[in-house]
Ligand binder design. Structure first.
Ligand code: C2E
Ligand code: CA
Ligand code: CA
Ligand code: CA
Length: 280
């Protein structure tokens, strides 16, 4: 953690030259990390606000750097996107999540839906292995709704990637789609209808100020009503307090995710804390 702090300090104060050097090292290390299996998936529960039950979780990648310790995805995902490494990383995340889901089903008879984050760069990739994903699910004997794909608003604006075709193919295959960080991007409401999204995830910047900002309360309530009218379910991100949870539940929000319930935790911990509990 100390090393990470030092690097961060460098990163923000360094000259452009140093910054470029830091970035090159990060790229080199990231390239090796893919081969050396330095990544791990953490799982964060997504809670049904009307029952308190957990049937969903989000897979969030972690990088254990041999010297720097844990590197945050906010730091390395953008670099992975710039270099194209996100393709391999993204496919790895998918495979891990699918295998994990099958494992929990086989061991405990528990079926949960795991959400994975799919970068626009993956969509843009010509060899985007969507069909391969379907094959993997079949091989594991998993229902296609065992996996949910989280996309961001920016993707919906980019018609060049054949996004609508791909999202239609997802629907045909039974894979559900969530719109992540809703409210922070620029997508028009018309897109929501057009793309047949299953879940809207209210960004944590709205959840955060529910206690103090009545405008944010109004916004959340309006988003929930609109989403339901368009046939979508709503997941609130960044739920940290009972107050926020109760307010969201009262407004009809379907699911909550956040530190109030649990931080993202390793698979073994998630199994201990959540999967076994359901199995019993
Ligand atoms: P995201 O998809 O919006 O994920 C939610 C982030 O909010 C996670 O940060 C999570 O740990 C954090 N979070 C959850 N609950 C709370 C809360 O109550 N309060 C606060 N303050 N934060 C909360 P994390 O794990 O650091 O990931 C950051 C971002 O990195 C993600 O944001 C996502 O955009 C990206 N990311 C993570 N894993 C992957 C991945 O496998 N593939 C891709 N393409 N992106 C990923
Ligand atoms: Ca997400
Ligand atoms: Ca989010
Ligand atoms: Ca995000």
């Amino acid at each position: 953690a100390k090393d990470l702090g030092r690097n961060r300090f460098h990163y923000f104060t360094a000259s452009m030259q140093e910054e470029a050097r830091y970035r090159m090292i990060l790229i080199r290390d990231l390239r090796q990390a893919v081969n050396k299996k330095e990544f791990e998936i953490f799982y964060q529960p997504i809670i049904d606000l009307s029952t308190g039950e957990m049937h969903k979780a989000e897979a969030l990648i972690r990088w254990h750097h041999p010297e720097r310790g844990m590197v945050s995805p906010s730091e390395f995902i953008p670099v992975a996107e710039d270099t194209g490494l996100i393709i391999d990383i993204g496919n790895w995340v998918f495979s891990q999540a699918a295998k994990q889901s099958a494992h929990w089903r086989d061991k405990f008879g528990v079926e949960i839906q795991i959400s994975i984050n799919k970068s626009p760069i993956q969509f843009r990739d010509e060899g985007d292995s969507f069909e391969d994903w379907i094959v993997q699910l079949k091989d594991l004997n998993l229902a296609s709704n065992s996996i949910c794909v989280e996309i961001t608003e920016g993707l919906l604006l980019d018609a060049s990637m054949g996004v609508s075709e791909k999202l239609l193919a997802y629907r045909d295959a039974g894979i559900q789609v969530s719109l992540d960080d809703f409210g922070t991007g620029y997508s028009s409401l018309a897109y929501l209808k057009k793309f047949d999204i299953d879940y809207l995830k209210i960004d944590q910047s709205f959840t955060r100020n529910l206690e103090s900002d009545t405008d944010d309360v109004t916004l959340c309530e309006a988003i929930i009503v609109m989403a339901h009218k368009l046939g979508m379910m709503v997941i609130a991100e960044g739920v940290e307090t009972e107050y926020q949870k109760n307010l969201l539940a009262k407004a009809g929000c379907d699911y909550g995710q956040g530190y109030l319930f649990s931080r993202p935790i390793p698979a073994a911990d998630f199994e201990q804390k959540y999967i076994r509990a359901i199995a019993e």
